[in-house]
Design a binder for this molecule. Structure first.
Ligand code: GSH
Length: 210
């Protein structure tokens, strides 16, 4: 049994989608980051950087923060969604690291400056919009070559997809990204993704570009 501390954000959804995909039993514990619940001392013991997601694996007693590390842990625990062949395995880790280092942090800045705080800084809006479009281009190119980021569906896709699901906040015109759109819509059809998206509670339906 896994305790998942989460909220309705892309980073939280990565882990609920993974848990749904591998079928591990888990309890979702809502940490409302709008009300400051991430700063509660009990939560900080599990997640010292005061961010969701975090897990406690009651089978092993292991507590973890950082979604990329958690995805690797769950893949290792279940033997699922990290390819076994060395080349594909390292590709999955490579694209997972790109998600953690670039996709999440840069698109997150776009949400901050271009969605929530428009008009505060023209420079930051331009900078993060350009970087978001550049990253969309990198992903689109890769997905024009492979069906999924590491060839087969893996934790790299699970880490990246929830960030792309915020494309409306990022002001994306899909015309330039047909391969990324195909991948996004394909993953959106997966029942485990649909269930994981609604954890810890349902918000709006998964957005689907035309
Ligand atoms: N690198 C972290 C980022 C986690 C993160 O940024 N979580 C956000 C929600 S998506 C959060 O908990 N923010 C609360 C805060 O910063 O106080 C991960 O991938 O787990």
């Amino acid at each position: 049994m896994i305790d998942l501390y989460t909220w309705t954000t892309p980073n939280g959804r990565k882990v609920s989608i993974m848990l749904e995909e591998v079928g591990l039993p888990y309890t979702a514990i809502a940490v409302d980051i709008r009300s400051g619940a991430q700063f509660e001392p009990a939560f900080l013991k599990i997640s010292p950087n005061n961010k969701i997601p975090a897990i406690v694996d009651r089978d092993t007693g292991i507590a973890m923060m950082e979604s990329g590390a958690i995805l690797l842990y769950l893949a290792d625990k279940t033997g699922r969604l990290l390819p076994k062949a060395p080349a594909a395995k390292w590709q999955a880790i490579e694209w997972l690291m790109l998600q953690m280092a670039s996709v999440g942090p840069m698109l997150g800045q776009t949400h901050h400056f271009n969605h929530f705080n428009k008009g505060k800084s023209e420079y930051a809006e331009q900078r993060y919009r350009d970087e978001t479009l550049r990253i969309y281009g990198v992903l689109n190119k890769r997905l024009g070559e492979e069906a999924y980021l590491a060839g087969e569906y893996s934790i790299a896709d699970i880490a990246t997809w929830p960030w792309i699901s915020r494309y409306e906040w990022q002001g994306i015109d899909w015309t330039a990204y047909p391969h990324l759109k195909r991948w996004y819509l394909d993953i959106a059809q997966r029942p485990a993704v649909q269930r994981g998206y609604d954890v810890p509670h349902a918000t709006t339906p998964i957005p689907l570009p035309q």
